[in-house]
Unconditional design. Sequence first.
Length: 152
Amino acid sequence: MSYAPTSPGLPDPDLAPGFYSGIASKRLVAWLVDLVIVGGLTALAVLLTAFMGLFFLPLIWLVVDFSYRTVTLANRSATWGHRLMGIEFRDRTGRRFDLGMAGLHTLGYTLSMSFVLPQVVSVVLMLTGARRQSLTDVVLGSAAINRPAEAF
C-alpha cells in the first residue's frame, strides 16, 4: 500500500488510481507547452516596448510567467499546457483553484523554481509520491489529477 497524506477531497490513489495515472509525464509536457507560451508572450512584450524590454528581460519574464500561471489556474484550475494534457489542479477539499489558491500555487512554483534543491525535491516527489504532488502541492495540500469527465 502506498503512502498518501490525508486530503479528504482528493481522490484516493489506492481506490482511484486513474486520477493520477501518467500525471508526472503529463505535467512535464504541460510545463514545456507553458514555457513556449510564456516565451512567446515575453517576446511580444519585448517587441511592444520597441526592444527596450530587453534591458528588463528577466523581470518581464517573471511578471508574464506569474500572471499567466495565476490567471489560467484561477480560471479553469489549469494552465493551457495542463488543459492540453487533460489535467487540472484540485485543492485539499477537491475544489478547483480560486484566485487565492492559484496565486499561492504560482508563488510556491516560482520560489521552488528559483533554487536547485526545491526543484530536485519537487521532481522526486512527483516521480515517487502516490498523488504525484510537487513540493508546492504537498505544502498546499493540492494535487494535479486527470480531468474527470463533465456530466452533461
